[in-house]
Design a protein around this ligand. Sequence first.
Ligand SMILES: NC(=O)c1ccc[n+]([C@@H]2O[C@H](COP(=O)([O-])OP(=O)(O)OC[C@H]3O[C@@H](n4cnc5c(N)ncnc54)[C@H](OP(=O)(O)O)[C@@H]3O)[C@@H](O)[C@H]2O)c1
Length: 242
Amino acid sequence: MRIAIAGATGTVGAHTVRFAAAAGHDVLQLARSNGVDLLTGRGLDLEGVDVVIDVSGPRGGTSSKQFFASATEQLLSAEARCGVAHHIALSIVGAAKAPFGYYGGKALQEQLVTEAAVPWTILRATQFFEFAEQNVKKIGRFAIAPKMLSQPLAATAVADALVSLAEGHAAGIVDDLAGPEVMRIADVARAISQARGEHPRILEVPLPGGFGRALRDGSILPSGQPKIMGPSLEQWLAESRR
Ligand SMILES: NC(=O)c1ccc[n+]([C@@H]2O[C@H](COP(=O)([O-])OP(=O)(O)OC[C@H]3O[C@@H](n4cnc5c(N)ncnc54)[C@H](OP(=O)(O)O)[C@@H]3O)[C@@H](O)[C@H]2O)c1
């Protein structure tokens, strides 16, 4: 199967490329570093592609809504032109329930995909373990993390699930995907820092407004019966040390 991966060089994208290639698929990598700009459609050619997995995300100054509106529309129109049979979008658990800030762009992406002519699947995942590290701001011996509850998981688990979905048929919105434990993002960041031999004092800061409240009060945790995928944080840290 020929699978195009939008956001192929990103945190989850790089694992998705590796897993899809290891499963014997022909992989087309879409990212600016591969000559494709999803905001303008420059270099985007999906001729012969069976499935698109979209794990792209804004980098630099583009706002979440601007990015996901343009990138999703560019991908969906190129797919319709080239007869792509299946579009898979990676979204975030809770985006539709708390469509503020970054999540506003993800909610818009979901809406555009559900209205598309191309058969589609949306996988909503919780935060990657790597997210905790990326969202900690270090200031000398201190670090600041958002006050947030999550059921985080490894980006490799998400990549694995995406490749399995690409091998099946379009399935609409599938079960939420989450890790084994509900945790505070600050505790995930503390565990990662300790495992690296760094010991910054990590302070939890509540974010303002409705979005901050949703992050703190558990309303963006998975609902219903999520699909749980390991490794646990402890196993993931042990694997990263090897
Ligand atoms: N982080 C989390 O915890 C989490 C949880 C659930 C879902 N998600 C979703 O998963 C997706 C991937 O997240 P991530 O953290 O892996 O993202 P990431 O590491 O920031 O990677 C973003 C990817 O998008 C590409 N990209 C950015 N602007 C582009 C453009 N104009 N044209 C083409 N490609 C562009 C980047 O490549 P270039 O810079 O080379 O163009 C890169 O490959 C996002 O949609 C995010 O919302 C994330």
